[in-house]
Design a protein around this ligand. Sequence first.
Ligand code: GLY
Ligand code: MN
Ligand code: MN
Length: 443
Amino acid sequence: MLLQTAPLPLASVLQQRRDRLAELHPQPVLLWSGQAVARNFPANVYPFRANSHFLYFAGLPLANAAIHLEGGRLTLFMDDTTPEAALWHGPTPSRDTLAAEMGAAAAYPCADADRYRAEAATLPTQAQSEPDDSQALIEALVTLRLYHDDEALAQIKSAAAVSVAAHQAGMVATPKATAEAAVRAAMEQVIIAAGMTCAYNSIVTVHGEVLHNEQYHHALAAGDLLLADVGAEAPSGWASDITRTWPVSGRFTAPQRDIYNVVLAAHDACIAAARPGVEYRDLHLLACCTLAAGLVDLGLLKGHPDSLVEQDVHALFFPHGVGHLLGLDVHDMEDLGDAAGYAPGRSRSDRFGLKFLRLDRPLSADMVVTIEPGFYQVPGLLGPARLSGQYNDTVNWERLEDFHQVRGIRIEDDVQITQTGCTVLTEALPTQADAIEDLCGPA
Ligand code: GLY
Ligand code: MN
Ligand code: MN
């Protein structure tokens, strides 16, 4: 069943992707689209999202379908809908019509895919169990999907443009909003009206210190900072991911502006340094050192920035990695664990300041990554750290109290690596504190 209309990528683009897969992985491959998940009873389902590997080669967000790929040739497996289904869902294109649209060489009922299960490499979706022999397929998919073709880049840019408009709408809506939910609604309205969906659950909160806060009930008060991490996903499935932090009153207080500018310095330093050949891990460490240096200048940390980072003191305030891959998923290919994020032979550090780094690879042209440094006061981290006495030589706890109005700040942009440097795909949305105030201040 086709649950969502979407412009199909150029058939030639889909064919190029399938031909490249055949070069990298000559053995047959079977990929499943997945199925809608029931919300307590079968007639009420959660919004369906097709598996991203399926989508990459098939181009259409079909549910209950599979594709067999071999030598660049695609065979589609899906059932035609029944007259009963048409009563509830309206007429849907036939299997043969959809097969022709995606450039399939043949099309059969879904059950026929079973005869390929034993001989084809595959990946699990939803309830399926993990196959044993997927390593070569995972490596081929990572090699392909790490570097985006022009069609993918165009789709990411279209999602990014809608996300920019959503953030502008959120800033404009803030003076009249009394609760987080109203700002979230103003932002998601733009995404829905553009025919897109959210690439992940929106974060729109005055408690930005809760990193993936998905509650929207808090009242907005002058003096709060509102952190909004909201990104659109194009109908084709390509994602975007933006965070901005703005003052509810329309004006940053002096301590808020001071910390905001430290986070912005880390953000800007990473973007200035991003280019082919640079290790993403080094961008993360650059963000950490820039942040540490800014916090030393504010009298909040004590010591040399490099040494503070070596001791992971910065991670008390910036506990996550500086970003991740972006593509058909917002954390692209994290369904494959760290196979995409970490170059072969590398694995996660257990160091406090590095263990949440999602990407540890050299950058190359046509990768798209996020850059998203932040500053957070997480009670669960800072409380025990202060009580332990371990950081008394490196953290000025009394000075920190001057910044009690700064619970969470993050500034996140989507960055395409080019042949010579990088392009910020979300640069239409300002990052400078003055420009943010201009957008969100009272009219
Ligand atoms: N939107 C989730 C993240 O930035 O990783
Ligand atoms: Mn992100
Ligand atoms: Mn984000």
